[in-house]
Design a binder for this molecule. Structure first.
Ligand code: GAP
Length: 443
């Protein structure tokens, strides 16, 4: 973990937020390379959900959430962790995360602590006009269920996908970006006929494992955890957690829950007419019937299968898998990030051999501009004049291809292509570069 943290800071992936004022605990900023990697992870998830499945729609809902949403979702009552204070070191911990240095006799009795952040809405701070920062993106998918059904004429099964920020006032944020107070989730709520839920749940577990593998997270770093009944969230009938061997231990990367008809049932009006199977609060405020008509015209409250992954945890797992230290022939070592090319923050670096040679520099700029127009991601023109140093840097940030422009390039319009993983170099004509790069980035 220390090596990953150091690399992230050194190369501009992740910084402590508000660092110049001493930081803010459990909150991080993503730097120039971090934002690219994060965007690439989210893009890959979005493509695999919304573009590759014709029965999934996208959504981008608000972060500020009406308290009634989180009352009927059960979060106001149950979204809490037990916490204790240590009277000796004056620190506060989650009960299961008390460090060994605290003695049992110095700990207070556990108290429940609600993890939701509140903020004031409007100019009057009277304690009444508040909203929550959403603790999961899922709830606004449920509250938009009818909007999406009405505007897309969907029938079961279908899904709504969303990527966005979630906020939790974690008692003990820890392990770098693993447990933080502000993070992003990639969530799908997949609505199915009651009775079809178990099989579709199993299928989603498999699909999600395949996706993680495509992002460079191999199955031998993964364990599945069938969450025991007593540990299930209040809405869940069954949850399978995808657990990853993080540098600090095996922990949850993604949860895939069968949320039954709990959420739509809780947020719905006319609950008594709807044969809701989950145990829901009586809803006195909703103006919408969150149900759908089946082929016989009967109203059904769908069950929900929810794959929910944290972007930061995915980022950490992907980085951890990609990080390699390799021994080189001359007794030196190189750090290389073997990221899947579609995730690499920089796709190609174009490096002129001589930084002050106008013709070489001009040709390098032309090659950069032509490649950038392909829309493959960030292509960098790097005029350091030090090829070896540039290669080392781009190994360390995971750039799959470096292209060097030299004197020969001016003569025969050919360039040197260097492969990140094998370090092999070959000559290629400028004309061939586009198709080569496209093929490499799709591999
Ligand atoms: N909508 C379901 C839900 O929110 P969850 O298991 O609480 O379920 C889903 O969260 C995912 O969000 C987790 O698997 C994890 O990847 C990520 N996550 C949850 N809390 C987090 C935190 N404090 N910091 C970073 N990621 C977190």
């Amino acid at each position: 973990m220390d090596k990953l943290v150091a690399l992230c800071k050194r190369r501009g992936f992740i910084y402590q937020s508000s660092d110049i004022y001493g930081g803010l605990q459990g909150v991080y900023d993503f730097g120039p390379l971090g934002v690219e990697l994060k965007n690439n992870i989210k893009k890959s998830w979005w493509e695999s959900m919304v573009y590759e499945n014709d029965d999934i729609e996208g959504l981008d809902s608000s972060i500020l959430t009406n308290p009634l949403v989180l009352k009927y979702s059960g979060h106001e009552d149950t979204f809490s962790d037990p916490m204790v204070d240590c009277t000796s070191c004056n620190m506060r911990f989650r009960v299961d995360q008390v460090p060994d240095s605290c003695k049992k006799e110095d700990l207070t009795e556990p108290r429940q602590f609600n993890l939701m952040f509140k903020t004031n809405v409007g100019p009057i701070e009277d304690g009444e006009s508040f909203a929550y920062l959403r603790p999961e993106t899922a709830q606004q998918i449920f509250t938009n269920f009818k909007n999406v059904v009405d505007s897309t004429s969907r029938a079961l099964p279908f899904g709504i996908a969303q990527i966005g920020k979630a906020f939790r006032n974690e008692i003990t944020p820890r392990n770098f970006i693993f447990r933080v107070r502000e993070f992003e989730q990639m969530e799908l709520e997949y609505f199915v006929k009651p009775g079809d839920d178990d099989l579709i749940h199993d299928a989603w577990v498999q699909k999600r494992l395949n996706w993680w593998e495509q992002q460079g997270v191999p199955m031998d770093s993964i364990e599945l955890y069938d969450v025991p009944k007593e540990e299930l969230a209040h809405y869940s009938k069954k949850t399978v957690d995808i657990m990853y061997k993080f540098p600090h231990g095996v922990e949850e990367l993604e949860g895939i829950a069968n949320r039954t008809d709990f959420d739509l049932g809780s947020h719905s009006k006319k609950q008594k007419d709807l044969n809701i199977k989950a145990d829901v609060l009586e809803n006195k405020n909703s103006n919408s019937k969150l149900a759908i008509q089946d082929d016989n015209g009967d109203w059904v409250v769908p069950f929900v299968i929810e794959p929910s992954a944290g972007v930061e945890r995915g980022f950490l797992a992907i980085l951890n898998e990609a990080y390699h230290v390799e021994q080189l022939e001359d007794d030196k070592t190189r750090v290389v990030l073997k990221l899947a090319p579609h995730l690499s923050p920089v796709k190609v670096a174009i490096i002129p051999l001589k930084k002050n040679n106008k013709e070489i520099v001009q040709l390098a700029e032309d090659v950069k501009n032509d490649l950038q127009k392909l829309g493959l991601g960030r292509i960098i023109f790097e005029n350091t004049g030090n090829i070896g140093k540039s290669y080392r840097k781009h190994d360390e940030i995971g750039t799959p291809i470096c292209i060097t422009i030299d004197f020969e390039s001016l003569e025969d319009k050919s360039v040197t292509i260097r492969d990140r993983d094998s370090m092999e170099q070959s000559r290629m004509s400028i004309q061939e570069i586009s198709s080569f790069v496209i093929k490499k980035l799709k591999s």
